[in-house]
Design a protein around this ligand. Structure first.
Ligand SMILES: *Cc1c(COP(=O)(O)O)cnc(C)c1O
Length: 404
């Protein structure tokens, strides 16, 4: 089998080709360097790995199944479809993989407190959950607009012992919450770890968060070899920041015959402001070009003056103007392909999977399923594909009820 892309990424400065890096105020350089050192040490420490594996197994519920989808496969009449069931994890999505990893790292660094930002509240809930398990104090920053929309998740976080701080500035959503979390970190860095939720932000976050999600691809690779005796032809995953996608993709990057498709939020259409597709320009989604947002150089949705654009998606987890820098690099290398599906298509895919397989996926994951539904009928019957079900749909019932 042909192997490609064995080059180790990122480089020593946290760069994936032209992307990534560390674009932060001077005050954050020392904490980021401290974090990088601590992570490098932890990564090489067998005891840390043992603790991590134990929590992933007994607290989060790993390994997750790689499940054959018989009725979806028959319905589409093309390739054999497997579902990687991250939706079965504790708290309902892949996010817990990263939260456990960073939570353990915080303990190892002697920090007593973790802070996080959250949009829809999913990352906040996963962080509060791990903080409770590890006996860490937890503060979650959330825009007041998002708090009103996601009351149930605010209630969950409080029940888990976290303090939820409402952010009333700017658009009162995720990017304002990130700014407040940054301010807190600078002030309290001696006692506090900033538990970032996706493969975004300054080095070492994109690398570290990716590494904590690599378990998805490691398991999937062993499981598909066991089930089919060969590697898959295709991988599909939705891309918000890009953590569940890179978690699945990474172990297969060296296998030239494994094609990868990242699916972004196409929202209501290709006009800037109507979608959150950063890497899908070829599919007609306007407005993304390289820029710096929240500490990293990557593709960012922006207007002609460089103002960050507003975005739209039916799924909160994909609704963000920037994408993880490693995806920008994989897109440029044409190692992975990026496309986008519309709100309508994602909602329809959620219904299809629910009726045919008895699984209600998260609206985010439904984007990946929608792309599979589009492509599979044209594939040869002997193709094998894996689609990542990043989370379960319980959290989306109210949104769905309003949508229809
Ligand atoms: C947060 C979330 C996403 C998007 O985040 P990535 O970093 O792109 O994986 C996708 N699916 C679910 C279920 C989520 O909760």
């Amino acid at each position: 089998m042909k192997r490609v892309m064995t080059e180790k990424m990122p480089d020593g400065r946290g760069r994936f080709g032209a992307y990534g890096g560390r674009y932060v105020p001077e005050t954050l350089m020392a904490p980021l360097e401290e974090l990088e050192r601590a992570y490098e040490e932890a990564r090489a420490d067998g005891k840390f790995q043992t603790q991590l594996d134990e929590l992933l197994k007994n607290f989060a519920g790993r390994p997750t199944p790689l499940q054959f989808a018989p009725r979806l496969t028959e319905h589409l009449g093309g390739a054999t479809i497997y579902l990687k069931r991250e939706d079965l994890l504790h708290t309902g999505a892949h996010k817990i993989n990263n939260c456990i990893g960073q939570g353990l790292l915080a303990v190892r660094m002697g920090k007593k407190r973790v802070i996080a930002e959250t949009g829809a509240g999913q990352h906040g809930v996963a962080t509060a959950t791990v903080a409770a398990r590890l006996g860490l104090e937890c503060t979650v920053y959330m825009g007041t607009e998002d708090m009103a929309r996601q009351r149930l998740n605010v209630f969950r976080m409080k029940l888990l012992g976290a303090e939820v701080v409402g952010v009333d500035s700017g658009s009162k959503t995720l990017k304002d919450a990130i700014n407040e979390a940054m301010r807190d970190w600078v002030t309290n860095v001696r006692t506090t770890h900033y538990l970032l939720g996706s493969v975004l932000g300054a080095h070492p976050y994109p690398m570290m968060v990716r590494d904590f999600h690599r378990v998805i691809g490691k398991e999937a690779r062993a499981q598909i070899l066991e089930a089919e005796g060969r590697l898959p032809g295709w991988l599909f995953a939705c891309v918000g920041g890009g953590s569940n996608a890179i978690g699945l993709f990474y172990e297969f990057l060296g296998d030239a015959n494994v094609k990868m498709v990242g699916v972004e939020a196409g929202g209501r259409g290709g006009t800037l402001g109507e979608h959150a597709a950063r890497l899908a320009a070829a599919s007609g989604f306007a407005g993304a070009r390289p820029g710096v947002l929240q500490g990293t150089h990557t593709y960012v949705l922006q207007n002609a003056d460089g103002q960050i654009a507003t975005t739209h998606s039916v799924s909160a987890g994909l609704d963000y103007p920037a994408v993880g820098p490693e995806h920008a690099w994989l897109a440029e290398q044409v190692r992975a392909e990026y496309t986008a599906v519309h709100d309508d298509e994602a909602v329809e895919a959620l219904r299809t999977l629910a009726r045919l397989e008895g699984i209600i996926p998260a609206l985010e994951s439904a984007h990946a399923v929608a792309e599979v539904i589009k492509r599979t009928p044209k594939m040869k019957q002997d193709e094998v594909i894996i689609v990542n079900l990043s989370g379960r749909g319980d959290k989306d019932m109210e949104i769905l009820a309003k949508y229809v």
